[in-house]
Ligand binder design. Structure first.
Ligand code: DGL
Length: 267
């Protein structure tokens, strides 16, 4: 049994849906969520820079909270930093988030699959050697959509959400794509809008189920030695990087999740 926390990490709010999904079935585990607001957004940065941000954050968090497992709930950070992280911290299991291309290409009938992600993810997608099943992969980067979700998802009205999503769906539709992968965790906040706008002609894929299943698999390995025990006390924390006091948007996000908000230096 292991009562240490599981860490979920993203540049901002993108990992929260993953955290929620995991807790639905695994409420006995202690979860800490980290939003690296100080370095948001990751998308325009170089691969080496993202890897170095993630390595120094992990070093700090290992010393402060010593997680039993780290979920990189961010495609950009996963494509750039997962290998260096695994090399540097061999004792800490990592779960990464990569665009769900495999299920998308199996469902794709037109031979054309689309991926929507950040600049970094789209630039690096071919290097991941993901199984494309002979499908042509068209990647589109959408930094504007990342900013929209991070800054405006709560205040934006339905019309604005529909318009911004439609712009991207139309682009893929024009290219004859019939399977579209949301390759950025932030886009999960707009999944209903994507489905309404795209389906049934274009099917939408995300990695939510895959990540929860993978975490559960690792926790259950070796007779569940990484699972929390019945005596586990739950202190869910929402950690922010940077030193500036959290504004009301962070306070509300932590409250909605039921986590206690704190700065990384207060740990
Ligand atoms: N949520 C991140 C992802 O899945 C991207 C956001 C960013 O650019 O920082 O790629």
């Amino acid at each position: 049994m292991d009562n240490k926390p599981i860490l979920f990490l993203d540049s901002g709010i993108g990992g929260i849906p993953y955290c929620r999904d995991f807790l639905k079935r695994n409420g006995m585990e202690t979860v800490y969520y980290l939003a690296d607001r100080e370095n948001f957004p990751y998308g325009p940065r170089k691969k080496e820079e993202i890897a170095s941000i993630l390595i120094s954050l992990t070093e700090k968090l290992l010393a402060k909270i010593n997680p039993k497992l780290a979920v990189i709930a961010c495609n950009t950070a996963s494509v750039s930093a997962l290998s260096p992280l695994r090399q540097k911290f061999p004792g800490l299991p990592f779960v990464g988030t990569v665009p769900a291309i495999k299920p998308a290409v199996s469902a794709c009938k037109s031979g054309k699959t689309g991926v929507l992600g950040t600049e970094r993810t789209i630039a690096d997608i071919r290097g991941l050697n993901l199984e494309t099943g002979g499908c042509e992969i068209t990647g589109v980067s959408a930094p504007e959509l990342v900013e929209f979700v991070e800054k405006r998802i709560v205040s934006a009205d339905e019309k604005e959400k529909k318009e911004i999503v439609k712009k991207y769906v139309d682009l893929f539709r024009e290219q004859g794509i019939d399977a579209l992968v949301l390759g950025c965790t932030h886009f999960l906040y707009l999944i209903d809008e994507f489905r309404r706008e795209a389906e049934p002609q274009i099917k939408i894929f995300d990695s939510l189920d895959g990540i929860t299943n993978r975490i559960e698999f690792l926790l259950n390995e070796n007779g569940g030695e990484l699972r929390a025990g019945k005596d586990c006390t739950h202190d869910y924390k929402f950690i922010l990087t940077g030193t500036q006091p959290p504004d009301s948007s962070w306070i509300n996000r932590a409250k909605a999740l039921g986590f206690k908000l704190c700065l990384i230096d207060e740990l």
